[in-house]
Ligand binder design. Structure first.
Ligand code: ADP
Length: 491
């Protein structure tokens, strides 16, 4: 049985800031279902600690070195009811018992380098303690980017890890874990690795570069994004390094967890509905309007929704430019999001300016996210870039028509609706331009008035299938490719 240790800095249901948590919470389960011994390790954040789970202390006082210091940490574990996937949580109060995962709206925590060097080293300490030496360590984003580097250098001659291959998944290349030279000294890596061929990046240490350079296989979360990040526009400086790994660089689309995101079974929404029976959807719209204290008059006009981290990546500058024009039209707009202070303020202002037509909630609220998916008619994602994007995939399942910019995973998952052929699942625009966004919204609004065609579009959307099963199989193929490089058959 293939043994995979999945390393992630966040995972549902323990702690989440974005899509990575959805992926990390679901992919290991999907792998398990196809016969892989997949286990997940993540930090024991306060958010995880506060969940009412029956965590057990598995190992105490494991020691790792941070620079010249020896630092101790514990491991918690949690068995699911079905004895399903095994979870390991790295416990260290001074690092992880904080209000947020990576920082506050004002900026990142000052010691993020130490927090995630420690986490990476604890992954090895955990394997040693459990005598569990996986075939694959599957790392995700910069927080675990050093692990492939440790495997290929510090542990290269350790027979216990000789057959362990690594894969590094990039969920967002813009967040790179770039730290000053002092952070390198904490890693314990050989000094020669602070070089262009190693982990150095313009005088700093880049955890993401470490993952890209040293992993056996690298992937991103959509085919289009895997090509985009090799260009200057999307590579955030790492495009050259990514191009050197071109032969080992793949794109695997994320799946959706349809146990969590399915209007037929969703416990958070006012009324269930399905492809066969859509009568519950207007009730969800009514309930959503109520949640935002909006008038029921909006029931008869299209309701546009947004759920997002409020970050530059997500295209809110475009939305801001057209907001006044949008508000002259017959529609409603709801937004749930939190993030950069400038966007928190901007949307609060918009809410104040148009109280009758907009509902704005600056917060993180999973229940409301479900209500928005179910209650809206259209879902906006005008992202500047989008590695995969999950909300548009959830929107499809809820028959809430995505209006997206054709970039990354948005381009790969949404097919432009063609009114003549009746094919397609949403609306797309290519050029990053506010007028193009407005034009595309207008196109959707026009089609909305053609009830027959709109219903066909809803049905196409709800019929699209992005379940994890297909992607999990693709990951197994990548694991095999990585193992082949080490001559490990992985059986
Ligand atoms: P990203 O990972 O870039 O944030 P994704 O679309 O891949 O974007 O994933 C976003 C995930 O986070 C979705 O599950 C979405 O529902 C959730 N999410 C984002 N912001 C909020 C919020 N303010 N409240 C609730 N859920 C949110």
């Amino acid at each position: 049985m293939l043994k995979v240790l999945f390393v992630s800095s966040e995972a549902v249901p323990f702690a989440k800031t974005g899509g990575l948590a959805d992926v990390s919470g679901t992919l290991p389960r999907a792998l398990k279902e196809i016969g892989v011994d997949a286990r997940l390790v993540l930090p024991f954040y306060r958010m995880a600690r506060e969940q009412k789970f029956n965590y057990k202390l598995l190992a105490e006082d494991l020691e790792v070195t941070l620079g010249k210091q020896t630092v101790k940490g514990d491991i918690r574990t949690l068995l699911t009811e079905e004895n399903d996937c095994l979870f390991y949580l790295v416990e260290k109060e001074e690092f992880y018992d904080r209000s947020n995962l990576y920082g506050t709206p004002k900026g990142d925590y000052f010691d993020n380098a130490a927090r995630f060097i420690f986490f990476s080293k604890m992954v090895f300490a955990l394997c040693e303690k459990l005598n569990f030496f996986p075939d694959i360590i599957h790392c995700n984003d910069w927080q675990s980017g050093l692990i492939p580097c440790y495997l290929k250098t510090v542990y290269r001659k350790d027979p216990r890890f000789a057959k362990t291959a690594s894969i590094f998944s990039i969920h967002n290349v813009a967040y790179q874990g770039l730290f000053s030279r002092e952070a390198f000294d904490l890693t314990g890596l050989p000094p020669e690795l602070f070089s262009i061929a190693g982990v150095e990046f313009w005088g700093k240490i880049s955890f993401m570069k470490a993952g890209i350079v040293f992993a056996d296989i690298v992937n991103t979360v959509s085919e289009t994004y895997s090509r985009e990040i090799q260009t200057e526009e999307f590579g955030y400086g790492l495009e050259g390094i990514l191009r050197t790994r071109k032969k080992d660089l793949y794109g695997v689309l994320n799946g959706a967890d349809y146990e969590e995101w399915n209007p037929a079974t969703d416990a958070f929404i006012a009324s269930p509905y399905s492809l066969e029976d859509l009568t519950g959807k207007p009730k969800c719209k009514q309930d959503l309007l109520k949640a935002f204290s909006l008038s029921e008059e909006l029931l008869s006009v299209p309701l546009l929704g947004v759920i997002s981290r409020l970050a530059d990546q997500k295209g809110f500058d475009l939305l801001a430019q057209i907001m006044d024009k949008l508000m002259t039209m017959d529609l409603g707009f709801v937004l749930l999001g939190t993030g950069d202070e400038k966007y928190n303020e901007l949307f609060t202002l918009i809410g104040g300016k148009y109280p009758k037509k907009t509902g704005i909630k600056i917060a993180y609220d999973n229940t409301l996210a479900h209500k928005i998916e179910a209650g809206c008619d259209m879902f906006l994602m005008p992202s500047r870039y989008e590695p995969c994007g999950l909300n548009q995939i959830y929107s499809l399942k809820y028959g809430t028509i995505p209006i997206v910019r054709a970039t990354g995973g948005l381009d790969d998952t949404i097919q432009e609706f063609n009114p003549s052929s009746g094919k397609g699942t949403g609306f797309k625009f290519k050029q990053y331009d506010a007028n193009k966004l407005l034009k595309t919204i207008k196109k959707a609004l026009t089609l909305y008035n053609d009830k027959g065609k709109w219903e066909k579009l809803i049905k196409n959307a709800m019929d699209a299938d992005f379940s994890w099963k297909i992607s999990a199989k693709k990951y197994v193929e990548l694991y095999r490719k990585a193992l082949a490089k080490l001559g490990n058959p992985g059986d």
